[in-house]
Design a protein around this ligand. Structure first.
Ligand code: SF4
Length: 755
C-alpha cells in the first residue's frame, strides 16, 4: 500500500541522469524546507519498472554537497600555485571577463588557439549538449576535444564508415536475443553503454530465463562474467584477433548468411580475404582462447536464430579499438544478425538528432584537419584528446593552444598521461571551466562557471534515445527550485556564445532556432516539408530555452506530431503529461533506408579499416616475444568516472581504488593482499594497495580510473579522503588506436613490485 505523504511533501518523477540507463526515479521533496527526503525507483516507469542502482541515491548527496559550486569563482594567484585562492564574483563580471579574455586570445592567435574539452556528463544534459554546440560554433575553433576519444570514438568510426552515421550505433536487442556474446563490457556494474537498457541485470536474467545464453569475453571474471553461462578470459587488446577468427570460421565453414543485407552490402569478399590470415589456431596464443572454443562460439552464433555480438569500452580503449569495434559489426553482419529482432538494430530516436531522418549520404567525416604535432586526424569534428597536451606544450608558437574551455570534464584524471596534461594547463594564457566542481582539472581555470545541479534543471536524454533497446520518451522536470541568481548550463553557454559572437543571448537563441527549424520544416527532405517556418514558430511559442528546442525535436522526430493538432504523435506537451514516461514500442528493421554512406550501401570493408589490418598482422608476430604484466581498467557500481566521488554515500565503504593482482602473480612478485605495490609504466609511476583476485587472467593487473583526488587547489573534501591514485599517471598519450586516435587504457605494459 502506498505510504500517505505528509501534506508538505511532493513526489516528482524524472530520470536518473547519472549513467546511460536513465532509470526512472521518484524524488520525494519536503516543500516546506525544500529538501530531498528520499529517492526511490519509479515503479510506473516503463523503462526501469522501479529498478535503481546505488548511484541514484547519490543524487541527494550531489544536490546537497557543500563543495558543489553555487556561483562563479575567479582564481587569485598564478595557475598551478597551490596557495592560489578563489573569490566569488557576479555573473555579469564573470561573463565579461571570460568574453574579453577569450576574444583577446582569438584575436592574437586565431580561433584554433582556443581548445575545448567536453566531459561525459554533457551527453546526459540537454542544455549543455545543445548550447555547448552553439558556444563552440561561436568560438570558431576546430580544436575540439572530448571524452569520446577516451571512450566510444572507435565505435563511432565503425558506424560512420559502415552505415554513414557516427551516431547510428547498432544496439544489441537484448530483450529478444537468445545468444549474447559480450566483449569488454560489464553491465552489472555500468548498467550498459551504447545500449540504454535500464535494469540490465534483470534483462540478462530474463535472457537466461528464456533459455538464452550469455557469453562474456573479458580478461577479468567481472561481475557480469560471474553470472554468465560462459566466461572466455581473453588477453587484453586481442579482441580483434578473436573476432577475426570468428569471421574466419563463418567463411570457412560456409556459415555466412547475410539475409536481406546481401542486396545492399559491399566488401564481403574483401573481409573474407582478410579473415583468411586469422584462423582460430593462428590467434590462440595471442587471445588465450582455445581454437576449439572460438570455432564453437562461431557455430553457435550462426546456428542461433536470434543472436548478437556486443562490444563495449574494453573493445574501444585498446590499441586495436577501431578494428575491434568494426569486427563486432562484421561478425553480426556475417552471421545475419543485423537489423532483425534479437540482433543488432537501430532505434528510431524520439528526439531524432542526426539519425532521423538519416543525414544526407556522403563520405565519413574523417581527416578533414589534423593535429599540429602528430598529425592525428579529426573525426566527426573533434580531435583525439591524447594529443591535447602536446598541442599546448609542444606545438609551434604560432599554432599552439593558448586558451582552454572545459565543460563538465576532468581530463587530468580521465585522459592518458594526466600528469603531462596538468603541467600543460599551467602554461595556458587563459582557461575557463563550466563545471559544478573545482576538481583536479578546473583548479587550473581562471574562472569557473557552475551551472545548476541535476535536480535544479529540467532534462531530456536526447543522446540516449539513439541507443535505447526500446523506443521510449520521458521528460525530467526540475525537482528543486532554481536558486536565486543561479544559471542553467543552457543560459551560461548561450551567454558565452553571445559574448564571442558580439551579440546578445537572445540573438543567439534566434539564430539557433532558425538553424534547427531549417533542418526540420519547410522544404523537401525535411521531416515536415509541408509546415512553414512561421507555422512551426507559432506552435513552439516564444519561450526561449531547452524546452522549446526539445518540443521542436520531438514534434519533427519520427514519433512526432509533425505540428498537426489532430495528431497523436509526440510533442513536449504530450511527453510532459506522461510523468512516468512513454513506451513507444520495440525497435524495428530500418535498413537500407537509414544508410547514409556515399554509395548508399552498407560498406563492410572501408579502406581505412582494411589498411589498419596490416598493423594487426605485425602485432600478432610481435606478441610472442612479450611476456610482461599489462594493466587494464575497471569500474565499480558506486562510481562513474571521477565526478561522483565527492558524495559520501557513494564514496564510503571499503577502499575501491586497489590494484587487482592474480594470486600467482602476487606470489611471484612478492606481494600480499593489502600490501602496497609500486606500478611503473613508460610515462609514470604510482603506488596502490594490492587486492588479490583469482578471477583475473595471470599477467594482467587492474586499476579503476577516475581516482587520484586530493590535488592542491581542488575543492572536493570527501573525494580527498578517499583519494586513490590516478591510473592515468601510467597510461601513455603516445599509445593510441591509430585510425581513431582513441586513448589506450587496456593492455598498458607495466612493471609491478613491492613498494
Ligand atoms: S543504473 Fe543507477 S546510475 Fe544508472 S540511471 Fe539507473 S539508477 Fe541511475
Amino acid at each position: 500500500m502506498a505510504r500517505a505523504l505528509p501534506e508538505s511533501h511532493e513526489v516528482v518523477h524524472r530520470s536518473c541522469p547519472l549513467c546511460e540507463a536513465h532509470c526512472g526515479v521518484s524524488v520525494e521533496v519536503d516543500r516546506t524546507s525544500q529538501t530531498v527526503v528520499t529517492i526511490r525507483g519509479d515503479e510506473a516507469d516503463p523503462r526501469s519498472g522501479g529498478y535503481l542502482c546505488p548511484k541514484a541515491y547519490g543524487l541527494k548527496g550531489l544536490h546537497e554537497d557543500p563543495d558543489r559550486l553555487r556561483g562563479p569563482q575567479r582564481r587569485v594567484g598564478p595557475r598551478g600555485d597551490p596557495d592560489a585562492t578563489w573569490e566569488e564574483i557576479g555573473w555579469d563580471e564573470a561573463f565579461d571577463l571570460v568574453g574579453e579574455q577569450l576574444r583577446a586570445v582569438r584575436e592574437a592567435h586565431g580561433p584554433n588557439s582556443i581548445a575545448t574539452y567536453i566531459g561525459n556528463p554533457t551527453a546526459h544534459d540537454l542544455g549543455s549538449l545543445v548550447y555547448g554546440q552553439v558556444f563552440q560554433r561561436a568560438l570558431g575553433t576546430k580544436w575540439r576535444f572530448s571524452a569520446s576519444s577516451v571512450d566510444q570514438l572507435p565505435k563511432m568510426m565503425s558506424s560512420a564508415f559502415l552505415y554513414g552515421n557516427p551516431l547510428g550505433f547498432p544496439v544489441p536487442d537484448i530483450d529478444r536475443t537468445d545468444f549474447l556474446l559480450m566483449l569488454g563490457a560489464n553491465p552489472l556494474v555500468s548498467n550498459g553503454s551504447l545500449c540504454t537498457a535500464p535494469d540490465f541485470p534483470g534483462r540478462l536474467a530474463k535472457l537466461r530465463g528464456r533459455g538464452g545464453r550469455l557469453v562474456v569475453v573479458d580478461p577479468r571474471r567481472t561481475e557480469t562474467a560471474a553470472i554468465a553461462d560462459e566466461h572466455l578470459a581473453i588477453r587484453p587488446g586481442s579482441d580483434a584477433y578473436f573476432l577475426f577468427a570468428l569471421a574466419n570460421v563463418l567463411f570457412e565453414e560456409g556459415l555466412v548468411s547475410l539475409g536481406p543485407l546481401k542486396a545492399f552490402t559491399n566488401g564481403v569478399e574483401e573481409v573474407q580475404t582478410l579473415a583468411k590470415d586469422f584462423p582460430p589456431e593462428a590467434v590462440e596464443a595471442a587471445t588465450g582462447i582455445k581454437a576449439a572454443t572460438t570455432r564453437r562460439i562461431a557455430r553457435e552464433l550462426a546456428a542461433t536464430e536470434r543472436a548478437v555480438c556486443y562490444g563495449r569500452i574494453g573493445t574501444c580503449t585498446q590499441a586495436f579499438g577501431t578494428l575491434s569495434s568494426w569486427l563486432v559489426d562484421v561478425v553480426n553482419v556475417l552471421s545475419g544478425n543485423v537489423d532483425r529482432p534479437g540482433g543488432a538494430m537501430w532505434p528510431r530516436a524520439a528526439s531524432g538528432p542526426g539519425v532521423d531522418p538519416p543525414r544526407a549520404p556522403g563520405p565519413a567525416p574523417y581527416g578533414r584537419w589534423h593535429t599540429h604535432v602528430r598529425g592525428l586526424p579529426e573525426f566527426n569534428g573533434e580531435l583525439p584528446v591524447a594529443a591535447l597536451a602536446e598541442e599546448i606544450d609542444e606545438a609551434p608558437e604560432a599554432e599552439r593552444v593558448h586558451a582552454m574551455v572545459t565543460m563538465a570534464g576532468n581530463p587530468v584524471l580521465s585522459t592518458p598521461n594526466g600528469a603531462r596534461l596538468a603541467k600543460a594547463f599551467e602554461s595556458l594564457d587563459f582557461m575557463v571551466s563550466v563545471d559544478i566542481y573545482r576538481n583536479e582539472t578546473t583548479r587550473f581555470a581562471d574562472v569557473i562557471l557552475p551551472p545548476t545541479g541535476q535536480l535544479e534543471h529540467s532534462n531530456y536524454e536526447m543522446v540516449f534515445d539513439l541507443m535505447s533497446v526500446r523506443h521510449w520518451s520521458k521528460y525530467s522536470p526540475r525537482v528543486m527550485p532554481k536558486p536565486d541568481d543561479a544559471r542553467d548550463a543552457s543560459e551560461i553557454l548561450s551567454e558565452l556564445a553571445g559574448r564571442m559572437a558580439g551579440v546578445g543571448a537572445e540573438v543567439v537563441e534566434q539564430v539557433m532556432l532558425s538553424s534547427l527549424l531549417a533542418e526540420a520544416v519547410g522544404r523537401p527532405g525535411t521531416p515536415c516539408p509541408d509546415v512553414t517556418e512561421a507555422e512551426a514558430r507559432e506552435k513552439l511559442g516564444d519561450m526561449p530555452g531547452t524546452d522549446r528546442v526539445l518540443d521542436l525535436l520531438l514534434r519533427a522526430g519520427p514519433h512526432g506530431d509533425r505540428f498537426a493538432d489532430a495528431s497523436d504523435g509526440l510533442s513536449l506537451e504530450r511527453v510532459r503529461a506522461a510523468e512516468h514516461g512513454l513506451d513507444l514500442g520495440p525497435m524495428e528493421p530500418r535498413l537500407p533506408a537509414m544508410l547514409a554512406t556515399e554509395s548508399g550501401r552498407l560498406e563492410l570493408a572501408p579502406p581505412v579499416f582494411v589498411e589498419d589490418v596490416e598493423r594487426l598482422r605485425s602485432d600478432l608476430a610481435a606478441r610472442s616475444g612479450r611476456d610482461g604484466l599489462v594493466l587494464i581498467g575497471r569500474r565499480n557500481l558506486r562510481s562513474n568516472n571521477s565526478w561522483m566521488h565527492n558524495v559520501e554515500a557513494l564514496a564510503k565503504g571499503p577502499e575501491r581504488c586497489t590494484l587487482l593482482v592474480h594470486p600467482e602473480d602476487a606470489a611471484r612478485l612478492g606481494l600480499v593482499d593489502g600490501a602496497t605495490a609500486r606500478v611503473r609504466s613508460r610515462v609514470g609511476e604510482l603506488t596502490a594497495p594490492v587486492a588479490l583476485d583469482a578471477g583475473l587472467l595471470q599477467g594482467v593487473v587492474s586499476l579503476p580510473h577516475g581516482y587520484g583526488h586530493g590535488a592542491p587547489g581542488a575543492q572536493l573534501g570527501v573525494a580527498a579522503r578517499h583519494a586513490g591514485v590516478n591510473t592515468n599517471l601510467l597510461t601513455d598519450e603516445r599509445d593510441i588506436d591509430v585510425p581513431s586516435g582513441n586513448g589506450v587504457f587496456s593492455g598498458i605494459p607495466v612493471e609491478v613490485a613491492p613498494a
